[in-house]
Structure formats: structure tokens, C-alpha cells
Design a protein around this ligand. Sequence first.
Ligand SMILES: NC(=O)c1ccc[n+]([C@@H]2O[C@H](COP(=O)([O-])OP(=O)(O)OC[C@H]3O[C@@H](n4cnc5c(N)ncnc54)[C@H](OP(=O)(O)O)[C@@H]3O)[C@@H](O)[C@H]2O)c1
Length: 337
Amino acid sequence: MIQVAINGYGTIGKRVADAVSAQPDMEVLGVAKTRPNFEAETAVEKGYPLYAAIEDRLDQFDEAGIEVAGTVDELVEAADIVVDACPSGIGADNKAMYEEYDTPALFQGGEDADVGEVSFNARANYDEAGDADYVRVVSCNTTGLSRLVAPLEEAYGIEKVRATLVRRGGDPGQTGRGPINDILPNPVTLPSHHGPDVNTIFPDLNIDTLGMKVPATLMHTHSINVELESRPDAAEVRELLESQSRTFVVPDHMDIDGAGKLKEYAMDRGRPRADIWENCIWGASITMEDNDLYLFQAIHQESDVVPENVDAIRAVLGTKSAEESVETTNDAMGMGL
Ligand SMILES: NC(=O)c1ccc[n+]([C@@H]2O[C@H](COP(=O)([O-])OP(=O)(O)OC[C@H]3O[C@@H](n4cnc5c(N)ncnc54)[C@H](OP(=O)(O)O)[C@@H]3O)[C@@H](O)[C@H]2O)c1
């Protein structure tokens, strides 16, 4: 069993912990937290050994009556691999600790690309992580774009991608984020960081991205135009996207008109935390005009990177092929809507 440490038990870290513990070939060795808040309580309730990320704060856990198994250094030393899911920038600071204990590590998309030797998406470049000890699992939006670009590029070739990303202002728990009542070009300059980030996965892809930020917490929505090298019809493209294992092409009859109903559907399907791990592409939006493909997709920012982290663990440790890993991850998590 692969022993996985999770350093940073917030939005992404707690989801990765649950996904890891659902896998047949890995287990959660422990999770590290800086303070004894509600997430520390639930980690202990779930049976995840809890480690103090900051040694000086051990007494805070004692005072709150929360049992701690040790410090993060001990956890990192004992683990086969660390998933760092700390806030942006802290992961890069933690890298020296992972190097000190010679423990491979995954970082998240909020870190600069150079934190890892490889930026990772399971559908696009699983094998590249095989020779790396430090890998960055790209952000939610880049994951969503990469899952779309990979099959289109393989099947039709791509001249150019133009994507406008309408981004949620914050996650539901991020009470300090905004905007509260505004619509922001964000950033106002072009390109947004997403295009260059997609180029960390597809170095030769011609892509321009624009970002906007709106007062929503549910999901991001992408308005996409892909200029293809060939001219498939819309039905053919739809079939290709429906055949992908982490893509949900929303059927027209479902009457799902936005992120709200997508989340409602996820809750009805009993998804943990109403998570949607798949790209949600509106089938009715898939349109071809000459060789231009247009579509809308919604991306659940809190969860689409979670199966990618699970696959990145196996990719770095070399325990399964891309196909085997994706299938194992998908089966264990219950992928597919
Ligand atoms: N949320 C998203 O939409 C999303 C999507 C894709 C990728 N990402 C990326 O994933 C990473 C994590 O984001 P997130 O949204 O999960 O952040 P988050 O909800 O703020 O969770 C990070 C957690 O790390 C803990 N932490 C802070 N300092 C720490 C330290 N020194 N050592 C250990 N733990 C520490 C904090 O919990 P305590 O202080 O309570 O321990 C915090 O809850 C970022 O790179 C982000 O860009 C986020």
C-alpha cells in the first residue's frame, strides 16, 4: 500500500484524503494542520492521523482536546509521497522539507510551474511524471482546459484555442473573497495566466485566454472556441467528448441550465460534498462553424483536480500505467454522471 501524507488539509487536501482512502492501493498515513479547527475535528473523526504543521502550536491541539500523532516532519519522513495542498506559495516553501527527507511530493496549481519538474494532467501527460520527484498538478481551470484539448488535438489537430473563463469569486467557505456585487475583467490585461499554464502541459498549443470574475461560488464557466485543423461535424465532436471518462456532456433533456442545477444534480446523485470531478460540457452548446468549434463548459473548482492528484501519485511512483491508474481512480471514486 502506498503511504500518502497530506500536508494542508483545506478545500483540496481534505478531498484528496478521502479520494486516496477510497483507493485499493493507497492509504492516508496522516494529514497535517496548523490549528485545531473544525477540519481538524473531522479529520480525526474520519480516522486520519493528525500531525501538527507548526511544532510551536502543538499545545493548541492539546488545549482543544484533539489528539495529535506527531509533527509534519515525522509524517513526511515516514511517507512514500506527500500531497502538498497548502495555500499558494506555502507549498514552494515546504519543498525544502520534502527534499530533506527525500520524499517525493505533489504540489497544486496555485504554485508557480517551476516548483515541480513537470506540470501534470492525467489525460494529457501522465507518463512525463514517471521520471520526476516533484510534480505540480495544474489548477482547476487548466485541468478543465487540458481534458478538453487532449482529445480534440488527438482527433482533429488544433490551430488555435480561444477561451473566456468566467471565474467564481471564491469557494463557498472563503468568506473574505469577492467581488460581492460586480463583474470584473480579471485580469484586465491579456492573456490571463490560464493560457500560459495550459502551455505547461501542451507546450506547442496556440491558446489565448481571457479571465473574468463574478460573484458566484458554485463553479467556473468557460466559453470556448477551438479552431480545428479538420472539419468534423458537431455530432462527431459530441461523441468524442462523451467517450472521455472525465467529461460529462450534459444531455439536452436534463434541463440543466447552469451551475446551480449541476450542483443540485450532484447532490441528488449522492456525490460527497456535492463534488463534480468531471468537466460539464453542455451538449446543446457544441457547435461547428466551418472549422471553428464552440462550446460552454462548467468546472467545479473544488474537486476536478482531486482524481488528478490520485493519478499523479501513481505516475510519480511508477506503480501503474496511465490507463490502469485512471480506471482504478475512477472506479474507486465513482466517476461518471
Ligand atoms: N480551491 C480551489 O478552487 C482550488 C482548485 C484547484 C487548485 N487549488 C490550489 O490548491 C492549493 C490549496 O488550495 P485550497 O483551496 O485547498 O486552500 P485552502 O482551502 O485554504 O486550504 C489550504 C489549507 O492549508 C492549511 N495550511 C496553511 N498553512 C499551512 C502550513 N504551513 N502547513 C500545513 N498546512 C497549512 C490551512 O489550514 P489550517 O491552517 O487550518 O491547517 C488551509 O485550510 C492552492 O495551491 C490552490 O491554488 C485550489
